[in-house]
Write a protein that binds this ligand. Sequence first.
Ligand SMILES: Nc1ncnc2c1ncn2[C@@H]1O[C@H](COP(=O)(O)OP(=O)(O)OP(=O)(O)O)[C@@H](O)[C@H]1O
Length: 403
Amino acid sequence: MPNTVPIVQIDDVSKRFVIRKEKSLKERLVNAGRSKQFKEDFWALRNVSLEIESGTTIGLIGPNGSGKSTLLKTIGGIIQPSSGSIQRRGRMAALLELGAGFHQDLTGRENVYLNASILGLSRKQTDLYFDDIVEFSGIKDFIDTQVKFYSSGMYVRLAFAVAVHVDPDLLLVDEVLAVGDEAFQRKCLDKIRSFQAEGRTIILVTHALGQVVEFCDRAVLLNRGEVAFDGVPHEAVRDFRDILEERRVDEAAAHAEKEHEDEPAPEGRVVDTVVFARGREIGEPIEPGDDIVVRATFEHPTGLDDWIAAIQIDSTMGTAVYGTASPRFENVHLGRLTSPRTIEFVIKDARFGTGRYFINTSLMDKEKRHLHDAVQIATFEVPYYPMSVGVVHAEPEMRDLGA
Ligand SMILES: Nc1ncnc2c1ncn2[C@@H]1O[C@H](COP(=O)(O)OP(=O)(O)OP(=O)(O)O)[C@@H](O)[C@H]1O
């Protein structure tokens, strides 16, 4: 019979932090004599309940400040919940904060022994693993240096090396891995894969959404301290992108309002941009192979000759993945821009990978000076396709060429 007792059981956990804020001068004068500070309750986690089965890999995702690290630290026993309970079984190793668990004045070698003993290993057992730990960390030349002289990457290399060599049943990893260089990150991900194959349990906090889809059996999406989704990773990632998109739209609206108040009307502007797949509605997903239509409207209050319309498509990470501009199309002469003019770019047979993309539209003069950049003025989403990773969705072929 399969083991159905969860390795981690989280019941109705909430965590409150008390935030102390400096009072304004006015408040201090009004309440003369009282403390300079006032306190405010902040709920970093609200009524979180999760059962984590042994042998699974769970991704914790969510916007900045949504409570991911707090939840991981609560699972790790580093912080106590304000209410609710957490039960954990087995040996745990945790990589929570950069340098946490390391004693600054001790050398790397001394810290390995100290850390391993905290994680439950005897000196003899640590002797057995020591060479492997140093080998894995790749910082042999610095092992007898005090860790206060380590770079953040060196810290993480050593801490991860210890964590994976103490034979944990449960491994908790916060985003610390992101500070390692690419080669080390690869090595860590390989190690995580072998941990999965050995049936160990891993809980991972990450902003690398591709990793969540690639590695995790399940993903938990936190938003403002609450579980917003718990289930299939690519669905969690989709919901997460929707939350980010809602926030972006709100922030852009607030920013536009403020700009409107502060600044005079710009010298010409991008009025609007919409994006859709030819034959489908705005807002519907765009599939690989569709013709993508980007329709942008521009205006100039006093008139502008030989103007340039340009678009750029960015991934969620802000990387430009496509761009084009009107001078490329010699058959189209835009002439003079005054009252609103609408231009359409069609990207034929576009093959973007799964994910959300943003359109930036620019109005430029003939010297290519940017008169107005409308950043992230429109967005589209390419749905999830199994076994598809990255920003290109080209149809592959595979052949077995034998041994
Ligand atoms: N010790 C603390 N005292 C007061 N507030 C705290 C403390 N630790 C965390 N918080 C607050 O709790 C909220 C959740 O923080 P947490 O670090 O868990 O978020 P996160 O989802 O991991 O964010 P990020 O993606 O930015 O790492 C934040 O608003 C943070 O400011």
